[in-house]
Design a protein around this ligand. Structure first.
Ligand code: HEM
Length: 210
Protein backbone atom coordinates (compact mmCIF):
# COMPACT_ATOMS: atom_id res chain seq x y z
CA UNK A 1 0.00 0.00 0.00
CA UNK A 2 1.32 3.48 -0.90
CA UNK A 3 2.09 5.71 2.11
CA UNK A 4 -0.02 8.95 2.06
CA UNK A 5 2.08 11.94 0.97
CA UNK A 6 1.95 15.68 1.70
CA UNK A 7 3.25 18.30 -0.76
CA UNK A 8 6.13 20.29 0.80
CA UNK A 9 7.84 21.99 -2.18
CA UNK A 10 6.73 22.89 -5.71
CA UNK A 11 8.84 22.00 -8.76
CA UNK A 12 9.89 25.68 -9.03
CA UNK A 13 11.08 25.77 -5.41
CA UNK A 14 13.05 22.54 -5.87
CA UNK A 15 14.68 23.72 -9.11
CA UNK A 16 15.60 26.98 -7.40
CA UNK A 17 17.14 25.07 -4.45
CA UNK A 18 19.25 22.73 -6.61
CA UNK A 19 20.39 25.63 -8.83
CA UNK A 20 21.66 27.37 -5.64
CA UNK A 21 23.39 24.13 -4.59
CA UNK A 22 25.11 23.84 -8.02
CA UNK A 23 26.37 27.44 -7.82
CA UNK A 24 27.44 26.89 -4.20
CA UNK A 25 29.54 23.81 -5.07
CA UNK A 26 31.21 25.54 -8.05
CA UNK A 27 31.79 28.79 -6.12
CA UNK A 28 33.20 26.84 -3.15
CA UNK A 29 35.55 24.75 -5.34
CA UNK A 30 36.81 27.80 -7.28
CA UNK A 31 37.04 29.88 -4.09
CA UNK A 32 39.10 27.23 -2.30
CA UNK A 33 41.37 26.97 -5.35
CA UNK A 34 42.05 30.73 -5.10
CA UNK A 35 42.37 30.65 -1.30
CA UNK A 36 45.58 28.66 -0.88
CA UNK A 37 48.30 27.35 -3.23
CA UNK A 38 47.90 23.87 -1.71
CA UNK A 39 44.39 23.82 -3.22
CA UNK A 40 45.47 25.10 -6.64
CA UNK A 41 44.79 21.65 -8.16
CA UNK A 42 41.06 22.35 -7.72
CA UNK A 43 41.30 24.79 -10.66
CA UNK A 44 41.29 21.67 -12.91
CA UNK A 45 37.64 21.14 -11.92
CA UNK A 46 36.56 24.62 -13.06
CA UNK A 47 38.29 24.87 -16.46
CA UNK A 48 41.84 25.82 -15.40
CA UNK A 49 43.39 28.75 -13.47
CA UNK A 50 42.19 31.62 -15.73
CA UNK A 51 38.62 30.37 -15.86
CA UNK A 52 38.61 29.82 -12.09
CA UNK A 53 39.50 33.47 -11.52
CA UNK A 54 37.03 34.75 -14.12
CA UNK A 55 34.11 32.52 -13.14
CA UNK A 56 34.30 32.64 -9.33
CA UNK A 57 32.71 36.12 -8.89
CA UNK A 58 29.98 35.39 -11.46
CA UNK A 59 29.16 32.09 -9.74
CA UNK A 60 28.90 33.98 -6.46
CA UNK A 61 26.53 36.55 -7.97
CA UNK A 62 24.41 33.81 -9.56
CA UNK A 63 24.21 32.03 -6.19
CA UNK A 64 23.18 35.27 -4.47
CA UNK A 65 20.47 36.10 -7.03
CA UNK A 66 19.10 32.56 -7.04
CA UNK A 67 19.12 32.51 -3.23
CA UNK A 68 17.11 35.76 -3.25
CA UNK A 69 14.31 33.78 -4.92
CA UNK A 70 14.41 31.21 -2.12
CA UNK A 71 14.69 33.95 0.48
CA UNK A 72 11.40 35.56 -0.57
CA UNK A 73 9.64 32.19 -0.88
CA UNK A 74 10.73 30.92 2.55
CA UNK A 75 11.29 33.98 4.74
CA UNK A 76 7.71 33.92 6.05
CA UNK A 77 8.14 30.41 7.45
CA UNK A 78 11.53 31.29 8.96
CA UNK A 79 10.45 34.23 11.15
CA UNK A 80 11.74 33.66 14.69
CA UNK A 81 9.07 33.02 17.37
CA UNK A 82 9.35 32.64 21.13
CA UNK A 83 8.73 28.84 20.89
CA UNK A 84 11.86 28.68 18.71
CA UNK A 85 14.07 29.95 21.55
CA UNK A 86 12.49 27.30 23.81
CA UNK A 87 13.08 24.60 21.14
CA UNK A 88 16.72 25.64 20.76
CA UNK A 89 17.24 25.52 24.53
CA UNK A 90 16.12 21.87 24.53
CA UNK A 91 17.83 20.84 21.26
CA UNK A 92 20.82 19.34 23.13
CA UNK A 93 18.60 16.63 24.69
CA UNK A 94 16.96 15.93 21.35
CA UNK A 95 20.34 15.42 19.66
CA UNK A 96 21.97 13.39 22.47
CA UNK A 97 18.97 11.23 23.45
CA UNK A 98 16.71 11.43 20.39
CA UNK A 99 13.86 12.21 22.82
CA UNK A 100 11.38 14.71 21.33
CA UNK A 101 8.65 14.26 24.00
CA UNK A 102 9.50 17.56 25.76
CA UNK A 103 10.11 19.60 22.59
CA UNK A 104 7.61 22.36 21.69
CA UNK A 105 5.45 21.57 18.61
CA UNK A 106 7.10 22.73 15.38
CA UNK A 107 5.63 24.50 12.33
CA UNK A 108 7.09 24.24 8.79
CA UNK A 109 10.67 24.66 10.10
CA UNK A 110 12.25 24.00 13.50
CA UNK A 111 14.52 26.54 15.23
CA UNK A 112 17.69 24.81 13.96
CA UNK A 113 16.49 25.11 10.36
CA UNK A 114 15.53 28.76 10.91
CA UNK A 115 18.94 29.52 12.38
CA UNK A 116 20.66 27.95 9.36
CA UNK A 117 18.37 29.94 7.01
CA UNK A 118 19.45 33.23 8.65
CA UNK A 119 23.13 32.22 8.69
CA UNK A 120 22.86 31.46 4.93
CA UNK A 121 21.26 34.88 4.35
CA UNK A 122 23.84 36.82 6.38
CA UNK A 123 26.83 34.97 4.86
CA UNK A 124 25.59 35.51 1.30
CA UNK A 125 25.12 39.26 1.88
CA UNK A 126 28.62 39.57 3.41
CA UNK A 127 30.14 37.48 0.57
CA UNK A 128 28.48 39.64 -2.09
CA UNK A 129 29.39 43.02 -0.59
CA UNK A 130 32.98 42.11 0.33
CA UNK A 131 33.53 40.24 -2.97
CA UNK A 132 32.52 43.29 -5.03
CA UNK A 133 34.94 45.48 -3.02
CA UNK A 134 38.00 43.48 -4.15
CA UNK A 135 36.77 42.36 -7.60
CA UNK A 136 39.87 43.42 -9.56
CA UNK A 137 38.25 43.29 -13.02
CA UNK A 138 35.52 45.83 -12.20
CA UNK A 139 35.46 47.72 -8.92
CA UNK A 140 38.63 47.25 -6.87
CA UNK A 141 40.48 50.08 -8.69
CA UNK A 142 38.41 52.71 -6.87
CA UNK A 143 38.45 51.01 -3.44
CA UNK A 144 41.20 51.96 -0.91
CA UNK A 145 43.65 49.11 -0.33
CA UNK A 146 42.91 48.97 3.43
CA UNK A 147 39.22 48.43 2.70
CA UNK A 148 40.08 45.72 0.16
CA UNK A 149 42.25 43.91 2.71
CA UNK A 150 39.50 43.98 5.33
CA UNK A 151 37.06 42.77 2.68
CA UNK A 152 39.30 39.81 1.75
CA UNK A 153 39.44 38.74 5.40
CA UNK A 154 35.68 39.08 5.95
CA UNK A 155 35.02 37.26 2.66
CA UNK A 156 37.06 34.26 3.85
CA UNK A 157 35.36 34.23 7.27
CA UNK A 158 31.85 34.37 5.70
CA UNK A 159 32.78 31.60 3.22
CA UNK A 160 34.05 29.40 6.06
CA UNK A 161 30.86 29.93 8.10
CA UNK A 162 28.69 29.29 4.99
CA UNK A 163 30.49 26.00 4.24
CA UNK A 164 30.03 24.88 7.87
CA UNK A 165 26.33 25.84 7.76
CA UNK A 166 25.81 23.91 4.49
CA UNK A 167 27.49 20.83 6.03
CA UNK A 168 25.14 21.06 9.05
CA UNK A 169 22.14 21.62 6.72
CA UNK A 170 22.96 18.67 4.40
CA UNK A 171 23.85 16.40 7.34
CA UNK A 172 20.53 17.20 9.07
CA UNK A 173 18.63 16.58 5.80
CA UNK A 174 20.23 13.11 5.54
CA UNK A 175 20.06 12.36 9.29
CA UNK A 176 16.30 13.03 9.55
CA UNK A 177 15.02 10.10 7.50
CA UNK A 178 12.49 11.03 4.81
CA UNK A 179 13.64 14.68 4.48
CA UNK A 180 15.68 14.44 1.25
CA UNK A 181 12.52 13.32 -0.59
CA UNK A 182 11.01 16.73 0.19
CA UNK A 183 13.63 18.42 -2.04
CA UNK A 184 13.73 15.61 -4.63
CA UNK A 185 10.10 14.59 -5.19
CA UNK A 186 8.53 17.58 -3.44
CA UNK A 187 6.57 15.41 -1.03
CA UNK A 188 6.97 13.88 2.44
CA UNK A 189 4.98 11.11 4.09
CA UNK A 190 2.09 12.17 6.34
CA UNK A 191 3.81 10.30 9.18
CA UNK A 192 7.01 12.36 8.66
CA UNK A 193 5.01 15.61 8.61
CA UNK A 194 3.00 14.69 11.73
CA UNK A 195 6.12 13.58 13.60
CA UNK A 196 8.57 16.38 12.72
CA UNK A 197 6.34 19.36 11.88
CA UNK A 198 2.96 18.78 13.59
CA UNK A 199 1.70 22.39 13.36
CA UNK A 200 2.52 22.54 9.64
CA UNK A 201 0.84 19.14 9.13
CA UNK A 202 -2.29 20.38 10.92
CA UNK A 203 -2.45 23.44 8.65
CA UNK A 204 -1.95 21.32 5.52
CA UNK A 205 -4.67 18.87 6.60
CA UNK A 206 -7.11 21.74 7.30
CA UNK A 207 -6.33 23.40 3.96
CA UNK A 208 -6.92 20.15 2.04
CA UNK A 209 -10.38 19.79 3.65
CA UNK A 210 -11.50 23.23 2.40
C1 HEM B 1 24.21 19.14 -0.89
C2 HEM B 1 23.74 20.09 -0.15
C3 HEM B 1 22.30 20.26 0.24
C4 HEM B 1 21.32 19.32 0.54
C5 HEM B 1 21.47 17.80 0.57
C6 HEM B 1 20.12 20.05 0.86
C7 HEM B 1 18.91 19.48 1.19
C8 HEM B 1 17.77 20.17 1.56
C9 HEM B 1 16.51 19.56 1.95
C10 HEM B 1 16.24 18.08 2.00
C11 HEM B 1 15.66 20.55 2.28
C12 HEM B 1 14.21 20.41 2.78
C13 HEM B 1 14.19 20.46 4.31
C14 HEM B 1 12.78 20.46 4.87
O1 HEM B 1 11.83 20.70 4.14
O2 HEM B 1 12.61 20.23 6.09
C15 HEM B 1 16.34 21.81 2.07
C16 HEM B 1 15.80 23.06 2.28
C17 HEM B 1 16.46 24.25 2.10
N1 HEM B 1 17.75 24.40 1.65
FE1 HEM B 1 19.05 22.90 1.17
N2 HEM B 1 20.36 21.39 0.76
C18 HEM B 1 21.68 21.56 0.37
C19 HEM B 1 22.35 22.75 0.15
C20 HEM B 1 21.78 24.01 0.30
C21 HEM B 1 22.46 25.26 0.04
C22 HEM B 1 23.90 25.39 -0.47
C23 HEM B 1 21.58 26.26 0.34
C24 HEM B 1 21.78 27.76 0.28
C25 HEM B 1 22.91 28.36 0.53
C26 HEM B 1 20.34 25.64 0.78
C27 HEM B 1 19.22 26.32 1.19
C28 HEM B 1 18.04 25.74 1.61
C29 HEM B 1 16.88 26.49 2.08
C30 HEM B 1 16.79 28.02 2.20
C31 HEM B 1 15.89 25.55 2.36
C32 HEM B 1 14.47 25.82 2.86
C33 HEM B 1 14.46 25.54 4.34
C34 HEM B 1 14.48 26.76 5.17
O3 HEM B 1 14.07 27.82 4.70
O4 HEM B 1 14.91 26.67 6.34
N3 HEM B 1 20.50 24.27 0.73
N4 HEM B 1 17.63 21.55 1.64
Amino acid sequence: MKTPQVQRYTAGQRSNHWAVVTCFVLAAVSGLALFHPALFWLTALVGGPQWTRILHPYLGIAMFLLFLGMFFMFVGANIWRKEDSEWLGKAGTLISQGNRAKMPAVGKYNAGQKLVFWVFTLCLIVLLVTGVLFWQAWFAGSVPIGVQRAAVLLHAVAAFVLVLAVIVHAYAAIWVKGTIGAMVRGTVSSAWARHHHPLWYRDQAQASKK
